[in-house]
Design a protein around this ligand. Structure first.
Ligand code: NAD
Ligand code: 89V
Length: 343
């Protein structure tokens, strides 16, 4: 492939602004066409980013443009139709999380892209946050020895509903929207899970879905992890949107605490490492760690399209994260221990 890859972005809503900023900074790719079914949103975002080729219909965009990839930044109900549309046009595709509302839809999208021979990546960006990469890098050196236990925790009282009002309306909330990131981080740090037990509850009476979830995961290699998330937790210093991590290994431990402070302890002593993410020129606190991860995952996509290797969070990979979400809901509803491979 020579020259910059030309992308089309579908869905110009709340989060797409981050993606468009990220694409402006990406090396070797850019967005040349935009689509949103809401003409006013399309006009606003097209003007803000100086993108003249605009469509209110994704099928019209794919028919008219010669695109190297599409980036789908819509909410979940539209994902399957849009991914399958891109596959029919043999255009590689990135799709926002949550990839699908059901495992059947997710598998159908992976199959459609496989059959068309096009790459598919899920924009599952939290594992790309530099503080989380720093934890993974320490595990990978072997310094703390074989890992036997971990915790991935996201507890907040931040008002996510003002920016994303649809989050208050769905029957499912925190596991599907936020827990999915934490479960994906657990997979990236501790490996694939083989058993899931979960409890959920709703504390905030103004929303429909659950806003508190605790998940106990059994991973291959006899590793146990806890993934806990809450949007009902008021604290002295609001940590949104930091994910806190604890990892215990046979020779030491890692603690990623609030304020992006990582402490690595072994029998030889301990050290504290500051792992604050950069605030990119277009980013704003407290979202800057998420915004950095958007830029990093998008660059990863460009690099993988160029070298032909699978993206770390390919559609096939994300089926395993989605299965953990489904397993957690099923366990919370029934009290049963669920094997995610059975879903
Ligand atoms: P939003 O509702 O603000 O924006 C979605 C946009 O897509 C809207 O402008 C809507 O008009 C448009 N749209 C919907 N269906 C369409 C279709 N078929 N064709 C063309 N346009 C269509 O939603 P949002 O808050 O930006 O969230 C979008 C996605 O991003 C969600 O899946 C959400 O979970 C995800 N998200 C991810 C992160 C992250 O860190 N990865 C953060 C926030 C949101
Ligand atoms: O990442 C997300 O999907 C967002 C937020 C971090 C606010 O939950 O919805």
């Amino acid at each position: 492939m020579s020259g910059d890859l030309q992308g089309g972005l579908i869905g110009c809503g709340f989060f797409a602004l981050n993606q468009l900023h990220g694409w402006r900074d990406a090396r070797g790719a850019g967005i040349v066409a935009l689509c949103d079914r809401d003409p006013e949103r399309l006009r606003l975002v097209g003007d803000q980013f100086g993108i003249a080729r605009r469509y209110t219909d994704a099928a019209a965009m794919l028919a008219a443009e010669r695109l190297d990839f599409v980036d789908i930044a819509t909410t979940v109900p539209s994902h399957r139709a849009l991914v399958e549309l891109a596959a029919r046009h043999r255009v590689p595709v990135i799709c926002q999380k949550p990839f699908a509302a059901t495992m059947d839809d997710a598998r159908a999208m992976v199959a459609a892209c496989d059959a068309a021979g096009v790459a598919l990546m899920v924009h599952e960006n939290f594992r790309w946050q530099s503080a989380i990469r720093a934890v993974k890098a320490v595990i990978d050196t072997g310094e703390i020895g074989p890992v036997f236990w971990g915790r991935v925790s996201f507890r907040s009282a931040y008002d996510v509903f003002s920016g994303q009002p649809y989050l208050a309306e769905g029957e499912r909330f925190i596991l599907e929207d936020l827990g999915i990131h934490a479960l994906d981080i657990a997979r990236s740090l501790f490996g694939d899970a083989t058993s899931v037990v979960a409890r959920t509850r709703r504390v905030n009476p103004a929303i429909r879905g659950e806003d508190v979830a605790t998940v106990l995961l059994g991973h291959a290699g006899d590793v146990t992890s806890v993934v806990d998330c809450s949007y009902a937790t008021v604290q002295a210093v609001e940590p949104f949107p930091e994910t806190l991590i604890e990892v215990d290994g046979a020779s030491g431990s890692i603690r990623l605490g609030q304020g992006y402070r990582m402490v690595v302890a072994t029998r030889a002593g301990s050290r504290a490492v500051e792992v604050s993410p950069p605030v990119l020129p277009w980013a704003s606190r407290p979202w800057h760690n998420i915004q950095e991860s958007v830029a990093l995952i998008q660059q990863h996509w460009v690099d993988r399209l160029r070298d032909g290797a699978a993206a770390e969070t390919s559609g096939a990979d994300n089926l395993k994260t989605l299965a953990l979400v489904e397993a957690a809901y099923r366990s919370a509803a029934t009290g049963a221990v669920i094997d995610p491979a059975s879903l």
